[in-house]
Design a protein around this ligand. Sequence first.
Ligand SMILES: NC(=O)c1ccc[n+]([C@@H]2O[C@H](COP(=O)([O-])OP(=O)(O)OC[C@H]3O[C@@H](n4cnc5c(N)ncnc54)[C@H](O)[C@@H]3O)[C@@H](O)[C@H]2O)c1
Length: 443
Amino acid sequence: MSDFNSLSRRDFVATAGGAVLGAAIAMNPSSAAAQTRRRYAIVGTGDRASGMWGRPIAQEYSDVVEFVGLCDVNPKRVEAGKQLMGVTCPTFTSFDEMCEKAKPSLLMVTTVDAFHSEYIVKALNRGIDVMTEKPMVINHTQCQAVLDAEKKNNRKIVVTFNYRYAPKHRTVKEILMSGEIGRIVSVDFSWYLDVIHGADYFRRWHRLKNRSGSLWVHKATHHFDLMNWWLGADPVEVTANAGLQVYGKPGPFRAANCRSCSYKSQCRFHYDITRNATYMKLYVGCEDVDGYYRDGCVFREDVDIYDTMSALVKYSNGVTMTYDLNAFMPFEGYRVAFNGEKGRLEVRDHERQPWKVETADATEIYLTKSFGERVKVPVREEQGGHGGGDTRLRDLIFRKADAPEHMRLPDSRAGAMSCLTGIAARTSVEQKQAVRIAELVRL
Ligand SMILES: NC(=O)c1ccc[n+]([C@@H]2O[C@H](COP(=O)([O-])OP(=O)(O)OC[C@H]3O[C@@H](n4cnc5c(N)ncnc54)[C@H](O)[C@@H]3O)[C@@H](O)[C@H]2O)c1
């Protein structure tokens, strides 16, 4: 029996704000199962696989993890990924062949979003434990297939929502759990992607709904997961609006990609990929195989996702959230405010902006009690990527990690509920009507 599978169905928690109880237990190295190294494989060997789930695992977890296989549809990229990760295991372009020859016991899914569900289901059917990058799925049919395969095989998957593990987000969760602002009634949430990071989605496969599910799913799944977890509630109904205002067709001129562009000197979005040695290896060096340009033009006519999005989300605990996502802002960060019966909790996060923000103010959290005072709540400082969140998540997955209940690994329900909020929003934009989550899948 697999490690993840040691979790009984009884432990499946009631809301998407919950977590897989068994996964952390399963990775306890003192247990018999963990004394042998996990036979670890990755499908989709691009940037995320190399930088988050490849190299750091090979360097820091080799006592508990053995790389047995890497797979990608692009034969050159799988070799480039292997080199960047610094591992020596065999590589494959066929997933089935990898499973048969390498016999992994744990799979990390880091392909283009549209293909996550295919590999999750195949792995579950083969009895392999699965971790997947977000978004777990990009449409409700894929969501149903993943949930059904998990149930049929009596297994558990983990969705690697790293945002939960950033100290600032954990601080917000802990304030809300403390009850300081009482029952939460409504939430205002605005996420700002800037002309650097936001634009980057429009250069890549993310610009196509049939690859990323749109930013409603690809990006907002992080935000919707945070909200489900912060509130300890499920989304029930979504009404949304969206448009494409700056990128794609509205752009002033276009080319296939930045290297071939004749508007280089005029274009504020011009991106010189030749200055990034890793990307030259991982993408430019492999583009003759699949025709994929990592420096695609942000104004290409085929962009069919939105750059401006607004939604109204109703939750199972009666909370209403207004949510905005904008991908061409002059600064990067977010604002979120929780309106409670006894006060208001406000967060302003500064990721990048054309003015100076002191490190201590990068995330400002203010708690204001009704009839009381406003206090600034400090975010505890921790070392490492995403404020130590990345390491904490990896430790939780690959080692015995001491985590309180609310910090345990996110499960398929969390993966589903966060994606379904975005899928419902996208559907609402297309159908011009409110969409109920319960109409999308059978949980
Ligand atoms: N949690 C986070 O903060 C975070 C950050 C970045 C990326 N991600 C996620 O990681 C995943 C990978 O993102 P990335 O930035 O590495 O993208 P990428 O384009 O660099 O890598 C995707 C890889 O998938 C491969 N691929 C495409 N179709 C495939 C198929 N059918 N079968 C097998 N391989 C296939 C591509 O060749 C490529 O190597 C995405 O799902 C993305 O959402 C998560």
